[in-house]
Structure formats: structure tokens, C-alpha cells
Design a protein around this ligand. Structure first.
Ligand SMILES: [Cu+2]
Length: 464
């Protein structure tokens, strides 16, 4: 096991060798590098080839390559993996090279790339290189562009990474099953000119969703709508690492959506612009400021901003169900229900039953309920002021002064300057402003014969 601290201490290409296990003896195949940790790994500084500014994959890593006669050779192994979704929950997924999602592949515009794909799954597979300009026979749709890769066979994909930008990879073979099981990965083609749209920190991750019943380990692969785990790179908060950012750094975050619904991704404390899609860089004249961008199914968005506000800023999907974990789904609404009357009776049937939800669900963030094995509480994560009440697609951007360029270590919680945290009003500690005078009630009421306010009859919306 390679600890995160060791990894950051040894940041760089050499460190990756400490996590590698050779899976393939054949000398003609590049080594299949395997990752045994679900933690964010340090950026992989390119040891050869054209220079570029590497990305940081949130709770992920970049696949090292072998340079052979000027061709970058990668080896992906499609295989069953055990992925830790967050401390306390592991899932039996399918992925690549020890983790799910698979490793990020980073190349440079104009690179010739050769990817060996070994199939260690129990069924055939293929890889589609989402968004790439490539020869038709390399596009990876099994049956259409190539025969599927049989079990235990290795296929070779080869093309020139023509267009710089952000891409994804995933199977186009039994893809409903294989993507529900977690087979996907990120691909970044860096521009030939490292100064083009240069940023100080470049994060990337995929959005994914799973339906794993509490107490079980394997996703239900036929689910279309009722997913119960909403994840960034197959991790649920508080298992998602923070994005650590230096004050005034120029930052890019690339987010790809391989779930079956859209995700309005929302950033606190800053405005950003959408600078890239999976179709390429957006023309600067087309950009406008946002604090939320909706990412549709199969899309990628690259957003950029200057991190000029120190603090711990939430970064999450704005669909509130997507910041809840498995135990938060299918819970009945109990607000206002007086459960005390029946508690004694319920306790005879269910001895550990607790009254909950009658005043809302906030208590659940702090409650330590007995859980089935291998699942996550509805909402979880504790901050400096108590329960955060979030799970799923949620993390924190930690913007700090004085960080070294390559420092991605969690700096701990933000220390707020005195007088800058919301506080409880107590008589005498500050003046409460006079209430703003209410509008004149008479002006609101319609005089007889006057149609000032129209009364709209309730409409039954059912059946529309
Ligand atoms: Cu969402």
C-alpha cells in the first residue's frame, strides 16, 4: 500500500514505480501499472516526450507510459476491482488497472499513441475514445468498428492525438452493464504550446452513479433512474478529497458526466467561465460568468477561475438528492408526524427504533444510527462547526495563501479571521436593524370594481 503522504513526498514519475505490479510477462507488452489506492495521486510529471502541465485527477491517478520509437505506449487492463467508495464502504466494480474509474491518460497534441487493452473481465469488451479524431477502425464500437475484445485477449488501438482538449474513454460493448459497473476513464490531450490557456492547477474527474443496496457490494446494472450513490470519480463525500488551491492561482476543473442524468455543478465563493467542452476549447468571445454549469449526459465541461477568495468553499452537484448517500433514499417524509404515541408499540417490534425525521432531517447528519454493513449514512462528513449534512457529489475547494506550486496536501480547515463568521445575536452585542416598513396594506387590496390583483384559481396539474 502506498500512502498518500509517501506519494506526495516522492511526487513525480519515479514515485509511481512504488505502486506498480507487473501483470504481463510478455516482453513486447508495456508493463501494466496498477494502483492500489483510491486517494488523489500527485501529478505525473512527464519523464519524456513533449513538455506539458499535468492534471490532478481527483481520487485518481495518471497512467505512466513507455516511449517506444517515438510512440507513447500505454497498457490498460480491463478487470474486476474493489473500489473504496468512502471509508466504510467498498464496491465490487469493473475498472482498469486496479481502480474504477481507470487511470487518466495524458498525452500531447500530435503524439502518436498506442494503447494495449487486455481484457480480464468475464465477458468481451472494447474501448471507445469519446471525442477523439481518429481512424474509424479505432473508434471502439464493437461490431461496428472492430470485433469485441474476447476474454483474456489483448487488442491494440493506435492513433495520433490530433485535437487538444478533454476526452473520456469507456466501453462500447455491453455498455449498459459495463458502465453501470464503473468502466470509464479520463483522457487529456495537452496543447503543443504549454503556454496555451495555462493554469496553475488543473483538476479533473468523472461524475458517476451506482445503485448498490445497503449491505451489498455489487451495483445493480439494469437501474435507469433510481441510483443511490452519486459520486465524483466513484467516491462519495466525505471520501472525496478536497481540491487544494493556492490563493490567486488560476484554476481549471474538468468534469465529465458518464451517469444517466444531468448534474448542475455549483461552485461557492467565485465565478467561473466554461472554457472547454468535449468538443474543444470554447471561443473566448462566447464565454460568460457562471457559478453553476449544467453538465448533460455524455458531456464534459472545463471551467476556469482565479481563486482569489481564501476559505473552504463547497463544490457540489446542485440536485440535492445527489448530495445524499444510499441511506437517504426511499425515506418517508415524517415532518409533523407525532411518533411518540406509537414508539412503545414500535419498540416491541423493532427494539432499536429511534424517532427521527419529525422535525426535518437535519438531525440525521449528527445521528449515529446502526447501519447495515457496507453502506454509507444518508449524509455525513464533519466540519469545524459540526455535521456538514452532505454526502455524494460534494467536496471542498481549500483556497490558501502561501502554498507551494506542487503542494496538494490537505491543509486542514480554514481559520477564519476574527469577526468573519456568522454568529448568534444576543441582546447588546450588536444592533438589529429596524424592520423595513411593510407595504401599505390598503394599496395591496383591490378596491371594488378595480382589478389590481387577479385571483388565479388553482389549476389541477395532474394529467398534463
Ligand atoms: Cu447531480
Amino acid at each position: 500500500m502506498v500512502s498518500r503522504r509517501d506519494f506526495f513526498r516522492n511526487a513525480g514519475a519515479a514515485a509511481v514505480t512504488t505502486a506498480v505490479v507487473s501483470r504481463v510477462g510478455a516482453a513486447s507488452l508495456p508493463e501494466a501499472v496498477v494502483m492500489d489506492s483510491a486517494a488523489t495521486q500527485a501529478p505525473l510529471m512527464p519523464p519524456n516526450g513533449r513538455p506539458y502541465n499535468p492534471v490532478v485527477t481527483l481520487n485518481g491517478w495518471t497512467l505512466p507510459w513507455r516511449m517506444k520509437d517515438g510512440v507513447k505506449e500505454f497498457h490498460l487492463v480491463a478487470e474486476p476491482v474493489v473500489r473504496e467508495i468512502a471509508p466504510g464502504m467498498k464496491a465490487n466494480l469493473w475498472g482498469y488497472n486496479g481502480q474504477s474509474p481507470g487511470p487518466t491518460i495524458e498525452v500531447v497534441e500530435g503524439d502518436r499513441v498506442r494503447i494495449f487493452v487486455t481484457n480480464k473481465l468475464p465477458e468481451h469488451t472494447s474501448i471507445h475514445w469519446h471525442g477523439q479524431r481518429l481512424p474509424n477502425g479505432m473508434d471502439g464500437v464493437s461490431g461496428l468498428n472492430q470485433p469485441a475484445i474476447p476474454v483474456d485477449k489483448t487488442f491494440v488501438y493506435e492513433f495520433v492525438a490530433r485535437r487538444p482538449g478533454t476526452f473520456m474513454y469507456h466501453p462500447h460493448a455491453d455498455e449498459m452493464t459495463q458502465m453501470a459497473m464503473g468502466m470509464m476513464g479520463f483522457w487529456v490531450t495537452h496543447p503543443k504550446n504549454p503556454a496555451f490557456q495555462r493554469v496553475d492547477r488543473d483538476f479533473c474527474f468523472l461524475l458517476n452513479a451506482y445503485d448498490i443496496d445497503p449491505g451489498s457490494f455489487t451495483p445493480k446494472v439494469n437501474t435507469m433512474l433510481d441510483f443511490n450513490l452519486w459520486t465524483f470519480n466513484s467516491r462519495a463525500f466525505p471520501g472525496i478529497d478536497p481540491m487544494v488551491i493556492g490563493l490567486n492561482d488560476k484554476v481549471r476543473i474538468r468534469v465529465g458526466n458518464l451517469t444517466m442524468t444531468n448534474h448542475p455543478i455549483h461552485m461557492h465563493g467565485h465565478e467561473f467561465t466554461v472554457t472547454g467542452t468535449d468538443g474543444g476549447w470554447t471561443p473566448p468571445a462566447s464565454r460568460w460568468p457562471e457559478v453553476t454549469t449544467d453538465i448533460a449526459v455524455g458531456q464534459m465541461r472545463a471551467i476556469e477561475f482565479v481563486a482569489d477568495a481564501p476559505g473552504d468553499w463547497a463544490f457540489h452537484c446542485h440536485k440535492s438528492h445527489h448530495t445524499m448517500n444510499a441511506m437517504g433514499h426511499d425515506v418517508p417524509t415524517l415532518i409533523g408526524v407525532e411518533q411518540r404515541d406509537v414508539l412503545e408499540k414500535i419498540n416491541k417490534l423493532v427494539p432499536d427504533y429511534m424517532i427521527m425525521g419529525d422535525k426535518g432531517m437535519a438531525d440525521m447528519a449528527d445521528m449515529e444510527m446502526p447501519l447495515p454493513d457496507n453502506t454509507l449514512p444518508m449524509m455525513t462528513g464533519t466540519g469545524p462547526f459540526g455535521g456538514i449534512g452532505m454526502g455524494g457529489m460534494f467536496t471542498v475547494m481549500k483556497v490558501r495563501k502561501g502554498l507551494a506550486r506542487d503542494d496538494y496536501k490537505d491543509p486542514g480547515w480554514y481559520k477564519h479571521p476574527a469577526g468573519t463568521v456568522a454568529y448568534e445575536w444576543k441582546d447588546g452585542n450588536t444592533a438589529i436593524p429596524e424592520p423595513v416598513s411593510a407595504p401599505d396594506k390598503q394599496a395591496m387590496a383591490a378596491k371594488p370594481g378595480e382589478k389590481v390583483l387577479q385571483v388565479v384559481k388553482p389549476v389541477n396539474h395532474r394529467g398534463h
